[in-house]
Design a protein around this ligand. Structure first.
Ligand code: FAD
Length: 516
């Protein structure tokens, strides 16, 4: 909205909206360069979805990789990224990400609070320049504070704790929580960063086409915040907004996302559009198969080491060991698990006892799932087919064929187990440890639906992380990073750590541009 009022409730050089990895990298970067920086966060916690994440960071050619003995480089990263993403996002944007990845890590590690380390997790596509063992770096665990600490105590709890209403386990902050904690400490150490929780951006304030501040809601009152150098929007996607998801993605509801509930509802994106921003990739998310929970939510599921996925016809439709975003895309293509009427069933046998043969980021209570009809069991395969309402003969044939593949070690239909990523999680034996036969009763079926780790369509940005208008010109004073933007990865998820890694790089670039 155009500025019609000369009074401001708060003033700063840089206003950062959101507090995930991209936001806080930008906030630290601005504060470290001496800019008075204000972070506003809508919820009562810092960290957003980033705090839930494993926080692998895909940043080719960085110094933490070198310390880990990995011989990666920007050019190798570029070869791979181009091969996977191709023309699906502007090369200028891809190059900005790749060329600044190592520099971002070096800049961050100049602060003693920030430390990263290499851990293996394979890239997601067999393409030139790939590291089969992986190239992502992760934040080093952060020891828990010895006494109350206003910032660290407000880091969002892990997903399982929030979803199950449990306290987080004591001990160090790990993964995404370590990243958020470390970035907050780094920002605090500059003496130039301030934060406001429970403060939600509502609108951007413009003067002569330039963004000069924002209006935010806080405890029922309105704050007008002036930002002298610029506003960085890093407020996640619109995964929590059922209406926008229906309009832009053609999918019902917003219950199956992994975004913290009620957090990422697309307000920043809508505000940017009102200020003239162009958008792209609105139909895209970082997809993942997800376990459907009795309360209507769903939880990210990965790393299957047993079982197969079948659709409503009782047939397999993909390699179940695919990286999660690729499996999500197969579900979309097969229209399987996209609504509550067409669930995917994860079929496995009695050898796993009461455990699910895979990783779910929120643990499942078998009794509650069984009562809700989301976990069904039968002594025979035919009995299981009847329990889940799929054709008995079809399921029998699917399992017989799969068991034959397991005996041969070759999945002639979907090539499961042929890729390094598939084998990363395998626990089976024999020629192909990804193919574990389904033969011992009781037989189980658990509902899987299409979830996401956030939407990835949003405002279009350039190599300086500036938000662009439809005509390609930047909106002065407006920057964006992370899932508020049309992703640099286009409709692909090239490897572990691209969502947060790219958010951090563009947050870093935005800060450096605002510092001038
Ligand atoms: P977020 O981290 O969600 O931050 C957005 C913040 O903005 C939130 O705190 C929100 O409350 C706030 N906000 C929203 N609206 C407003 C408003 N109007 N005003 C003020 N604040 C607002 N990605 C990786 O790269 N590597 C991984 O290892 C990885 N593992 C994952 C594991 C799990 C279990 C999950 C769930 C996700 C994982 N992801 C991973 C995906 C990744 O976490 C997200 O896609 C990414 O963190 C999104 O970052 P963001 O900054 O765009 O949004």
């Amino acid at each position: 909205m155009a500025n019609t009022d000369e009074t401001w409730d708060q003033e700063c050089d840089v206003l950062v909206v959101g507090s995930g990895g991209g936001a806080l990298t930008g906030a630290y970067g601005a504060a470290a360069r001496g800019l008075d920086t204000l972070v506003i966060e809508k919820t009562g916690y810092f960290g957003g979805t980033t705090a839930y994440a494993g926080a692998g960071l895909w940043l080719p050619g960085n110094q933490a990789q070198t310390r880990g003995g990995l011989d990666d480089s920007v050019d190798l990263g570029r070869t791979y990224f181009r091969a996977v993403v191709g023309e699906a996002s502007p090369h200028e944007l891809q190059d900005a990400y790749l060329d600044h990845a190592g520099e971002t890590v070096a800049f961050l590690e100049d602060n003693p609070h920030l430390r990263f380390e290499y851990r293996p997790f394979p890239d997601y596509y067999a393409a030139p320049g790939r590291f089969e063992a992986g190239r992502a770096v992760f934040p080093v665990d952060l020891p828990a504070p010895e006494s109350p600490h206003a910032l660290l105590d407000a880091v969002r709890p892990p997903a399982w704790a929030e979803r199950l209403g449990l306290p987080p386990t004591e001990g160090p902050l790990t993964d995404g929580r370590a990243l958020i904690g470390r970035l907050l400490l780094a920002m605090e150490s500059t003496g130039n960063g301030r934060t406001l929780l429970h403060t939600a951006l509502r609108q951007l304030i413009t003067e002569d086409g330039c963004v000069v501040g924002a209006e935010a809601g806080q405890d029922g009152r309105t704050l007008r915040i002036r930002a002298r150098r610029g506003v960085l929007l890093a407020a996640g996607g619109f995964e929590g907004n059922a209406e926008l998801r229906r309009d832009w993605q053609g999918l019902p509801g917003a219950d199956w996302t992994m975004g913290p509930q009620g957090a990422n509802t697309g307000q920043a994106l809508v505000a940017a559009v009102e200020a003239g921003a162009a958008t792209g990739l609105l139909d895209q998310s970082w997809w993942c198969p997800s376990l459907r929970f009795p309360d209507g939510t769903a939880a990210f599921t990965l790393g299957l080491h047993g079982g197969i996925f079948v659709d409503g016809t009782g047939r397999r439709f993909a390699n179940e060991s695919l990286p999660y975003d690729r499996m999500g895309r197969q579900m979309l293509a097969a229209k399987a698990g996209t609504t509550s009427d067409n669930p995917v069933w994860w079929i496995f046998d009695g050898r796993f006892g009461d455990e699910l043969p895979g990783i779910t980021v929120v643990p499942a209570d078998r009794k509650a799932f069984t009562e809700a009809g989301l976990w069904r069991t039968a002594a025979t395969l035919d009995g299981l087919a009847q329990r889940i309402g799929v054709d008995t003969e079809a399921l029998r044939t699917t399992v017989r064929t799969f068991n034959g593949y397991a005996a041969d070690g070759t999945d002639a239909d979907f090539h499961r187990g042929e890729d390094a990523y598939d084998r990363f999680f395998a626990q089976g034996e024999g020629a192909n440890p990804c193919l574990v036969p389904i033969e011992e009763g009781p037989f189980h079926a658990v509902q899987i639906v299409l979830g996401d780790l956030g939407t990835k369509g949003g405002v279009r940005t350039d190599a300086q992380a500036r938000v662009l208008r439809e005509d390609g010109s930047p909106i002065p004073g407006l920057y964006a990073a992370g899932n508020t933007t049309a992703s640099v990865a286009g409709p692909t998820y090239p490897g572990p750590g691209v969502p947060i890694g790219s958010a951090m790089v563009f947050g870093h670039i935005a800060a450096s541009d605002m510092a001038g």
